[in-house]
Design a binder for this molecule. Structure first.
Ligand SMILES: [Fe+2]
Length: 475
């Protein structure tokens, strides 16, 4: 506070001195305007020079060569409802014809369907991105498939469709992964797969790969290589999947990998929606430049208006309520939050800020209600945390994963640490005129350590933790 007062006093003194100087020198208003313009341009230029690498520069890609075998086989959803599935893969060498071969397990028929293929040259090398659609698939049936580039095929993989006539589904939600090369995410994901083999699908909130480079795509795929061919992966784009420039562009490998985006894009926004069981799942693209956000809002409103499902779940990369500072991500909040509240969104799944946080909306009398806003991450990178009183719970210094389980009128959100200990549990229950929110984690202590901070920052952070705990009456 003292520092702030001192700063504001200095600025007022400078302004006062400038006015006095102007009066003494009898500077005309036109001269003032020109002076201000030159000063603004100089400030903008200096800022651009300092922040050039952060805002506009992309690191050169490390050179790579892909083998000609079909690889990185990944199952995802399609654009024709909850039974549609797509598969994507890459290869090197020369490929003239890509195709998908599949069969319903137990049947005698094998189908072979042509796939789409794009030759992609990037700064580090080249590859073919391939993707294909499965035909009509039946509820509860299992399928085996493999993919082809000319005469070369992948291994056989299998997947099972969700059963019909059930009001139950579950999925795993993962925040930013952004692993380093040869990182630990594969062990983290294998543990989840081992514990929850029956989940319907996985959702990743973006920054799936550390950088849009082949080596990081390889690393990201390695993390999920035993899951990706057999469970649909639904991924929203994060800022690390974008190429920087005056206008940011989604790196082309992303949409070929998660190829539902190719048909669901709306006016330059990489958005997607799927009605699955009794839920509408929506993925937004919070990385777009501000002038794209208006059309994305338009799409979101249409999608929410048209949803007839009981549950509405939205995933976007940037938290609507930042946990790094009150002034961050404001355009995202201004564009989307009133729609979330107006159309009864239940769950807002977010990432980007590399800590754990959970916030519920509150009624005028302070009762918890929806939307429930969740921030999570599973990355080795840790960022700072600014406590915001609107939040109910925070977590730091861990990787987190979420199991979300929906049965009829009840949605259970369970958050676990990497060692599988329960860290957070919230239950949402649809009542006739409201959504009841039960916080079942009040007995679980918050973990708020940040051992990587410098001595000066640690002192400040310790004080912030103390104030947070006092305000929430936590011992
Ligand atoms: Fe991010």
């Amino acid at each position: 506070m003292e520092k702030k007062k001192k700063k504001s006093f200095i600025w007022r003194l400078i302004a006062f001195a400038l006015i006095v100087f102007a009066i003494i020198c009898r500077i005309r208003w036109k001269t003032w305007l020109w002076g201000l313009l030159v000063l603004s341009l100089l400030s903008l230029g200096t800022l651009c020079k300092i922040r050039w690498h952060v805002w506009f520069s992309n690191l050169p890609e490390i050179r790579y060569t892909l083998s000609d075998v079909p690889q990185r086989v990944l199952l995802t959803f399609g654009n024709e409802g909850e039974r549609s599935r797509r598969v994507s893969w890459v290869c090197g060498g020369v490929s003239k014809q890509a195709s998908l071969e599949y069969t319903e397990i137990g049947s005698q028929d094998t189908l072979r369907t042509p796939a789409s293929s794009r030759f992609i040259r990037t700064l580090g090398g080249y590859s073919y991105a391939n993707w294909a659609k499965f035909g009509t698939l039946s509820y509860g049936r299992s399928y085996a498939y493999r993919v082809w580039n000319d005469h070369r095929s992948s291994a056989w993989y299998t997947f099972t469709m969700q059963p019909d006539s059930t009001d139950h589904f579950s999925f795993v939600f993962i925040g930013d992964v952004q692993d380093t090369l040869h990182g630990k995410t594969r062990a983290f994901m294998e543990n989840i797969r081992h514990h929850y083999p029956a989940v319907d699908f996985y959702m990743f909130v973006g920054d799936f790969a550390e950088r849009p480079m082949n080596c990081y795509w390889e690393e990201a795929y390695r993390s999920v290589d035993s899951i990706a061919p057999s469970k649909p992966l639904l991924v929203s784009p994060g800022n690390h999947e974008y190429l920087k420039g005056l206008t940011r562009v989604l790196e082309k490998r992303f949409a070929y990998t998660f190829s539902y985006l190719l048909e669901s894009r709306y006016k330059g926004n990489n958005v997607y929606a799927l009605d699955y069981r009794d839920a509408t799942l929506i993925t937004l693209d919070s990385n777009r430049d501000p002038w794209f956000m208006f059309s994305q809002r338009e799409w979101l409103e249409q999608t929410l208006q048209n949803s007839r499902k009981k549950w509405k779940i939205v995933m976007l990369h940037h938290p609507v309520y930042s946990i790094k500072g009150k002034m961050k991500n404001l355009p995202v909040r201004w564009m989307f939050d009133d729609l979330f509240r107006k159309y009864g969104v239940d769950l807002v799944l977010q990432g980007h800020e590399h800590n754990y946080a959970r916030m519920t909306a509150k009624t005028p009398d302070g009762t918890m209600t929806t939307p429930l806003y969740l921030v999570s991450h599973a990355s080795p990178k840790n960022y700072s945390l600014a406590f915001d009183q609107r939040y109910d719970r925070f977590g730091t210094n861990h990787r987190f994963y979420q199991l979300i389980d929906v049965v009829s009128d009840t949605l259970r959100l369970n958050t676990y640490l990497e060692n599988d200990s329960l860290y957070d549990r919230v239950v949402l229950i649809k009542q006739p005129n409201r959504v009841e929110v039960k916080d079942e984690a009040t007995h679980i202590p918050e973990q708020l350590e940040m051992p990587w901070l410098t001595v000066k920052k640690a002192k400040k952070y310790t004080q912030a933790v103390r104030e947070w705990k006092a305000s929430k009456q936590i011992k």
